[in-house]
Design a protein around this ligand. Structure first.
Ligand code: PLP
Length: 357
């Protein structure tokens, strides 16, 4: 605390990211990073771009990267917005599209950065409870709102809803923007991006992606949003009032190569999905209730063991998972899917904990 903090800073409750511990030899299953490296082509592109050109500012528009994303998804580059990680994209979305007279709506259990942005930008919000089984029920989003945002699959539950449900929501909700945060879409969820192709692109659908999860580039900081060109233009106005160069030369070069290496994405995502299914089966055998996941993490609880206790016991054995001390989910653990070897270490530790407590 300092008397020099502005009044708004005094009121903030910043987002707390999963820790990045400094201890060696950890099984780190807490922040949904990929256990596999990024595309070797992305690394090569970053190496190649590591030269004297770094004295020059990067392309402020990131046009080559926008073109690569547009090509991959069958869109026009004018439908693409870039940011320094999708968290930055989301910040601009909240300020530029979701700060309206009516409250923005999102699930009561969801990505905990959303209420943080609302606080920062002084945006009213309303949380809509997840239904039974912790699923998003789009029918509950009926009242007038200044926008709707949720991840699909949702975080930290891992549960997805069908694209058809989002189409129904869009058909009903025509007076505000619907933002689908598809951070984990590559692990078995239907993307909404194809709704944006061609002349039938809805005016009010925005889809947000990150290269941090399935493309294994959390350290590079690249995210993007795709939607109607008029929505993108609004976001560009915010971005160009904040930072003209959010993506450096290395980030742009690496992201282009990563976006173009679809084979690497598919190969690594498939491995994650296989390990996930294996883990889910092992957890059933240990008596855990696990929500159905189409993400690179699972959300699970044991009927006889408190989440906080399991979290600490795992931690004592060098295994870091994520535990949220929030109402309704305090007995759940969110476990990132690692390699098969990490998974085995995790399950072995869990068996030991359950047998001794
Ligand atoms: C990880 C995550 C993000 C942010 O990713 P960046 O690393 O900032 O690109 C956004 N939304 C959700 C739901 C996430 O889990």
């Amino acid at each position: 605390m300092s008397r020099f903090w502005s009044p708004v800073v005094q009121t903030l409750t910043p987002y707390v990211p999963g820790e990045q511990p400094k201890m060696a030899r950890l099984v780190k299953l807490n922040t949904n990073e990929s256990p596999y490296g990024p595309s070797p082509k992305a690394l090569a592109a970053i190496h190649e771009q590591t030269n004297d050109d770094l004295r020059l500012y990067p392309d402020p528009e990131g046009l080559a990267l926008k073109q690569a994303i547009a090509d991959l998804h069958g869109l026009d580059p004018k439908q693409v917005f870039l940011g320094n990680g999708s968290d930055e994209v989301l910040a601009h979305v909240f300020l530029g599209l979701l700060k309206q007279n009516l409250p923005v709506q999102f699930p009561d259990i969801t990505y905990s950065f959303y209420p943080v942005y609302c606080k920062l930008f002084d945006i009213h919000y309303q949380t809509i409870p997840l239904g039974d089984g912790f699923g998003i029920q789009t029918a509950d989003y009926q009242s007038p709102n200044g926008g709707i945002i949720f991840p699909n699959p949702n975080a930290p539950t891992g549960r997805a809803i069908a694209r058809r449900e989002i189409e129904d929501l869009l058909a009903r909700n025509t007076d505000s923007v619907v933002v689908i945060d598809e951070a984990y879409v590559d692990y078995g969820t239907q993307s909404c991006i194809e709704l944006l192709r061609g002349p039938s692109c809805p005016e009010n659908l925005l889809v947000v992606h990150t290269l941090s999860k399935s493309r294994a580039l959390a350290g590079l900081r690249v995210g993007f949003a795709v939607g109607h060109p008029a929505l993108i233009e609004g976001l560009e106005r915010v971005k160009n009032s904040f930072n003209s160069y959010p993506l450096g030369r290395l980030a742009q070069a690496g992201a282009i190569a990563a976006i173009q290496d679809q084979a690497h994405l598919e190969q690594t995502s498939n491995k994650v999905i296989q390990t996930r299914e294996h883990l889910v089966a092992e957890l059933v055998a240990l008596g855990f209730d696990t929500l159905p996941s189409t993400a690179n993490f699972i959300f699970t609880r044991h009927p006889r063991h408190a989440g906080a206790v399991l979290y600490q016991a795992l931690r004592d054995r060098g295994i870091i998972v994520r535990h949220f001390k929030s109402a309704r989910i305090e007995n759940f653990l969110r476990i990132t899917i690692g390699t098969n070897a990490q998974n085995d270490e995790f399950v072995t530790a869990l068996k030991e904990i359950l047998s001794t407590s």
